[in-house]
Design a protein around this ligand. Structure first.
Ligand code: MRU
Length: 332
């Protein structure tokens, strides 16, 4: 297991590690109502597709345990959480599971909803271990790997997806070290992946996002592992903005590019990545990175939080069930 965890369920309350403050400060938010959970998701205090799904599950459990809760109030909680972030599929998958516990009747058991939220959490932890095992088998001795965004314990219920593979590979003495992209504009790589690697004592080298071509050209990495927010039936994958560029460069340089994600990230309704709704976030996420820009009037900003990597650039997709290789054709 990992010493790092983004979420703790304690006495009917959800403790959320505020990832906006890392690596500078370790501070926990206590969520006693669904609104607090929803805002924590919207404002990226908790982020990463699997962790968002887990937090949402607990958010519904909190609503169910509230005084004077009713079938309607729990349904309203589910609807509130549904509109927090549009791209990551794990959120919708978890809310469906929680909603299914209401089973259409007017009675519900708050205990059952807590049990379901805990099950979602535990299953994700187990899936991380399986993905770590399958992914590490692909790594040859002494490889250096590249990753993007944060896909570690902070983003999941366990050791992580892509970073979980890297961690497992490092423990098996196969991975020499990891290069982490900064991942602008929010800096999940610089702030979170680097922090996690330091906690886990995995040798990490930070690079700016625009250094990937130079890194690959210099043959400093032998493999890329990234996570996913939603995977469609043809294998197209949405992940943090910038991932597609990394995949295309890896293709160009002949470097294997692996996506690591649990089954809860797969959207059986969507045939291809063109159908994925991409979240656009506030301009100030970009503007505040440059001193003085926020005060400069009239600066237009486009800030998509994710992009779609076409399946043709993906060497394999690793899930808790095994390693999928092209041509991809996931079930409806
Ligand atoms: O905006 P974020 O930080 O929630 O985006 C996270 C990512 O894109 C991750 O790569 C993805 O959710 C996989 S996390 C295991």
């Amino acid at each position: 297991m990992s010493n790092v965890t983004p979420l703790k369920w304690v006495n009917g309350q959800l403790l959320i590690l505020d990832q906006r403050l890392l690596p500078g400060k370790v501070k926990w938010i206590t969520a006693r109502n669904v609104e607090k959970v929803a805002v924590a998701i919207e404002e990226l205090a908790v982020r990463g597709a699997p962790a968002i799904g887990i937090a949402a599950g607990y958010g519904v459990a909190i609503a169910a345990g509230a005084k004077r809760s009713s079938h309607d109030s729990v349904r309203a909680a589910i609807e509130r959480l549904r509109i927090t972030r549009p791209t990551g599929f794990n959120l919708f998958w978890a809310l469906k599971r929680m909603g299914d516990c209401l089973d259409g009747s007017s009675k519900f058991s708050a205990t059952r909803l807590v049990k379901e939220a805990k099950a979602i959490h535990k299953e994700d932890a187990d899936a991380c271990l399986q993905m770590g095992k399958f992914g590490a088998e692909l790594i040859a001795d002494g490889e250096s790997v590249l990753t993007y965004c944060n896909t570690g314990a902070l983003a999941t219920g366990g050791i992580g997806t892509a970073l979980g593979v890297i961690r497992t590979g490092y423990k098996a003495k196969k991975v020499r070290g990891v290069y982490a992209c900064e991942t602008r504009p929010v800096g999940q790589g610089a702030r979170l992946t680097v922090w996690e690697c330091v906690q886990e004592k995995i040798p990490v080298t930070l690079i700016c996002d625009n250094m990937v071509a130079a890194l690959m050209s210099a043959r400093k990495v032998q493999r890329v592992f990234v996570g996913a927010d939603r995977i469609t039936r043809n294998g197209d994958t949405s992940n943090k903005i910038g991932t597609c560029g990394v995949a295309m460069l890896a293709h160009q340089f002949g470097i294997p590019f692996h996506v690591v994600a649990p089954s809860s990230t797969f959207d059986p309704q969507l045939a291809s990545g063109a159908e994925i709704k991409i979240e656009e976030r506030a301009a100030n996420e970009i503007l505040r990175a440059t001193a003085g820009l926020e005060k400069l009037a009239g600066v237009k900003v486009w800030n998509p939080a994710f992009d779609v990597t076409p399946a043709k650039y993906i060497t394999s997709i690793i899930t808790e069930r095994g390693v999928h290789r092209p041509p991809y054709g996931f079930a409806k």
